[in-house]
Design a protein around this ligand. Structure first.
Ligand code: GLA
Length: 736
């Protein structure tokens, strides 16, 4: 199994073995504004001491006391294992060949190394249970500028026989406050990433997925924890976290009898016991943390910077605007329909056309969702001249071309299912349930990995000007079983599937480094930092209704930057919700991410087409650089009951910004939104210009005027927005 080390980029490695319980028994990790501190005690256990604002002098942690009876369980261990005196949810649990269920990890040394640019310092702390030969390397990376720490564990078996791991979290983080307000994301298909806040009570609250594949539909492996008070934007102590893993995950929040909160985060141990042979390792995914003493806003900005600088594939490249065929044509198209869509996309100034589902299958044509998946040959009836002729046509029109695939799946009615029943995930002798009429391929099997890579490469090589792939996955795993894994390794399925997927991504990326890839999974079923290492973007939700999207995008962008969130203008009434909204509102909302359209452009009236053309042009020049790379400031939350949502992106140099304001309910004749801007420079002067106006009518009395940053950040804007689904977008630019 591969580790996540970036050894190649590391310089200067230093090795330490600490003298225990002395002034040098402290291991302090720092970022620009935060510190994470550990100590090694006389018993050689590694204790977690502190995570919060930066502390320069860490020496007191060598002799700091806690008021805790030692026979009531241990102090906060850095990576507690089941056994000994630890009674809470452990980070690690193992069953040894002699039946021993206890693991006692002792510190054996640590190393530091610094990245070439000096921004990332990796500290690897080595622990071992010497009786059983289980070794754990805790790997912490401190990202200085971003104020982010990542934590993961590499678990190695040096026992002579197999060791069965039953818990293998990436990290354990003990937190001490008087009260804990946990903000997590909950949802369902077409309602992803809705925010919920709960005050933690004693006991365990878990956020998890046990379904595999489509792991982020209902919950997301991320959170914002506010200490001592409910979450606020610009004040308060906040720890935010996100796990970089696209398989089953579990984040446990356990408040114990000492009112200490223990957060264990990592791969979900559910039905996933993992046996290691001698010398074999299990590498756990990275858990990403940031701490802010200035509220949720700063925590988000730290995570966004970290994601853009270190996670998201090619995050600095500008993403093209696009027309996607799905809601405009569904399965019902032919070459003429697609060519016309390409013409229209070019005519209104979009930069790419993406052909969605329905283009493949011959024996079982993909004319609906019940057949053809797995048969990745172009359908000769619909597209007699092949994909290449469409891609060439788009190229001639000045557009890039993109294609949809769903390579992890197979319909029972397909040639692939007929040829390779052994590749289908199933429990022997049991029914194989379908979801959306399809089965799941067994990615723990290297032959299946090869099939997917080869299929992908063939499609790409047949049409070299494919610039974008939308990679879909429209079901989760059920009734699992693998024909490939031996009987005593069936529980490896969940982890091996995800690592198999990553292996496929790695091979594809090695061959197509410039390809733009979108991770889609029935909408927002794969929104996590693991998938984003290989993809430029995610499809946030199959719900394209602008009103719903205000909430979905607000929640998603709490954690994930807008450079990754695809956001499309679709038809009205909306196909999912039936809501009717103006084209302006739909554009104003879709411009909060990577803008696209997903409708039949022929259904637009001439004036709507003009509006679209102008909005797209303004997005490309004025909005896109800000929303993709700027700093997010949330000004009014749609989750508060005032019925407004306002947020803005400010350029890093504070020379420009874009402000979005949405009215989400009818406000009567008296309630007008008032909000103060953020992220500008008080000394600078800015022109405030409303864009996307209809008939040049602005909702702001000061439209086009110049104001000081001080005025905008203190008095702010007051808008005439009172009707449900009315909106405004402003471009703000420094005047020198
Ligand atoms: C999923 C995706 C949609 C679309 C369809 C095609 O539902 O989320 O965007 O691609 O599949 O079948």
């Amino acid at each position: 199994m591969k580790t996540y080390f970036l050894l190649a980029t590391l310089l200067l490695a230093t090795t330490h073995v600490l003298a225990q319980k002395g002034d040098d028994s402290v291991i302090a990790l720092h970022t620009s504004h935060t510190s994470m501190i550990f100590s090694v005690a006389a018993d050689s256990c590694l204790y977690f001491e502190y995570y919060g604002d930066r502390i320069e002098d860490c020496t007191p942690f060598a002799h700091k006391q806690t008021y805790r009876r030692s026979d009531y369980g241990t102090d906060a261990l850095a990576y507690p294992a089941a056994g000994g005196r630890f009674f809470n949810e452990p980070a690690l649990a193992a069953v040894y060949p002699d039946g021993d269920l206890n693991t006692e990890l002792k510190y054996t040394g640590h190393t530091d190394s610094l990245s070439a640019d000096g921004n990332m310092k990796q500290t690897t702390i080595s622990l071992a249970d010497l009786k059983q030969g289980l070794h754990v390397s805790l790997i912490f990376k401190a990202y200085s500028r971003e104020d982010v720490f990542t934590a993961s564990a590499l678990i190695r078996n040096l026992n002579k026989k197999d060791v069965r791991l039953t818990r293998f979290y990436s990290s354990y983080l003990p937190v001490k406050a008087n009260s804990y307000y946990l903000n997590t994301f909950y949802g369902a298909w077409a309602q992803e990433m809705c925010m919920e806040q709960s005050k933690l009570t004693h006991g365990i609250k878990s956020v998890e997925s046990k379904k595999g594949v489509r792991t982020t539909h209902t919950e997301n492996p991320s959170f914002m924890l506010s200490l001592d008070a409910p979450l606020q934007e610009e004040a308060g102590r906040v720890i935010a976290g996100a796990l970089a893993w696209s398989g089953n995950y579990k984040l446990n929040f356990q408040v114990d009898e000492f009112n200490l909160l223990g957060i264990s985060a990592g791969i979900n141990p559910f039905a996933s016991d993992y046996s290691l042979r001698r010398n074999q390792c299990l590498a756990t995914p990275e858990m990403v943390y940031t701490y802010s003493s200035r509220g949720a806003g700063q925590a988000t900005r730290n995570l966004h910077d970290y994601a853009r600088n270190y996670v998201v594939y090619d995050a600095q490249t500008i993403r093209p605007t696009l027309l996607n065929s799905w809601e405009g044509a569904y399965f019902d198209f032919n070459e003429e329909v697609i060519r016309k869509m390409i013409d229209d996309a070019a005519e209104i100034g979009l930069e790419m056309f993406v052909l969605d589902d329905g283009w493949f299958g011959n024996k079982y044509p993909r004319d609906n969702s019940k057949q053809g998946l797995g048969d990745w040959q172009t359908n000769r009836t619909k597209l007699p001249n092949g994909i290449k002729s469409l891609a060439d046509y788009a190229t001639q029109k000045g557009l890039k071309f993109g294609l949809w695939i769903e390579p992890e799946m197979v319909n029972p009615r397909s040639e692939l299912a007929e040829q390779h029943p052994d590749w289908i995930v199933k429990a022997q002798g049991r029914n194989i349930p379908t979801i959306r009429g399809q089965w799941l391929l067994d990615l723990s099997n290297p032959q299946v990995q090869d099939f997917i890579v080869n299929t992908f490469c063939r499609i790409m090589d047949e049409t070299p000007n494919i610039a974008y792939i939308k990679w879909d996955a429209n079901r989760h795993a059920e009734s699992i079983g693998s024909d490939f894994l031996p009987a005593d390794r069936q529980s490896h399925f969940w982890i091996d599937y995800t690592n198999g997927l990553y292996e496929v991504y790695r091979r594809i990326r090695a061959r197509y480094p410039d390809l733009i890839m979108q991770a889609c999974s029935s909408g927002g079923g794969r929104v996590d930092l693991g998938v984003l290492k290989y993809h430029q973007e995610v499809w946030t939700s199959d719900n394209t209704d602008a009103l719903s999207r205000v909430f979905i995008q607000y929640g998603t962008n709490m954690i994930y930057p807008a450079v990754v969130t695809g956001s499309h203008v679709s038809a009205t009434p909306n196909h999912q919700t039936g809501n009717q909204t103006s084209l302006k509102f739909r554009f104003d909302v879709a411009m909060g991410g990577r803008l696209g359209m997903e409708l039949q452009p022929q259904s637009l009236s001439p004036s709507e087409r003009d509006f679209a053309r102008q909005a797209i042009a303004q997005y490309k020049t004025l909005v896109r650089p800000l929303v993709m790379q700027g700093d997010l400031y949330r000004l009014l939350s749609p989750y508060d009951d005032h019925g407004f949502c306002v947020y803005m992106y400010a350029a890093k140099d504070k020379a420009s910004a874009v402000v979005y304001a949405y009215c989400l309910k009818y406000q009567g004749r008296t309630h007008f939104p008032q909000f103060r801007l953020s992220g500008l420079s008080p000394e600078k002067r800015y022109r405030v210009k409303e864009i996307n106006t209809v008939g040049n009518k602005s909702v702001y009395w000061g439209n086009g005027q110049v104001f000081s940053g001080q005025y905008l950040m203190n008095e702010g804007l007051n808008l005439r927005l009172t009707q449900c689904c009315s909106s405004a977008v402003f471009h703000i630019e420094e005047v020198r």
